[in-house]
Design a protein around this ligand. Structure first.
Ligand SMILES: O=C(O)CCC(=O)C(=O)O
Length: 178
């Protein structure tokens, strides 16, 4: 692998976990990555660190931009108790990459470390949607590490069931109600 490619992979913050961003607690959340373009290694195939969802460790959310790689502790953001994610090497044999095409869905647990090296193609677009499903019993949690811009705008109080807000529609109701 060329040096410039390696540096992209090893930059802090390219790989991340979703859990420390999400305003949810009380159960698992699954993330569905849905490409609308064909995605291969050259235009940013998603990679997942096998088994990392079982480490029982939480890492500072990546900002994908700065040298430090994580959000500054301002505007109410508090990273206490979170670890700094060590650089993830592309050569780590626990990483699993998936080529994908429109119609595919890649599903990962919110604690799985994942990311991509970005799109280095000059011709191929790389667009995708990311859809999150929270399990029954998940509650609103104004997570101190979350940089979500809307975290003070959600019409929920700490501990409220997510489904109390229209922002979190129930997509799979239990037959006969809860
Ligand atoms: O599209 C990407 O590169 C990142 C997507 C992602 O991290 C996610 O859906 O959780």
């Amino acid at each position: 692998m060329a040096d410039e490619e390696r540096s992209i992979f090893e930059r802090d913050g390219v790989f991340h976990q979703d859990e420390p961003y999400f305003l949810v607690e009380g159960g698992d959340v699954t993330v569905c990555w849905v490409p609308v373009d064909r995605v291969t290694a050259t235009n940013g195939a998603m990679g997942y660190l096998r088994g990392s969802h079982r480490w029982n460790r939480l890492f500072e959310p990546s900002d994908f931009v700065t040298e430090r790689g994580t959000f500054p502790e301002r505007d109410g953001i508090d990273l206490t108790g979170l670890e700094v994610l060590p650089p993830v090497s592309a050569d780590d044999d626990r990483l699993v990459y998936f080529d994908a095409q429109p119609g595919d869905v890649i599903v990962h647990h919110w604690a799985t470390i994942h990311g991509s090296a970005g799109n280095t193609s000059t011709t191929a677009q790389r667009r995708a949607a990311s859809v999150r499903y929270a399990c029954d019993g998940c509650r609103f949690h104004r997570r101190p590490s979350s940089p979500e811009p809307f975290r003070f705008m959600v019409d929920l109080d700490e501990g409220d069931p997510l489904e109390k807000s229209d922002r979190f529609p129930v997509v799979w109701p239990r037959p006969g109600g809860r």
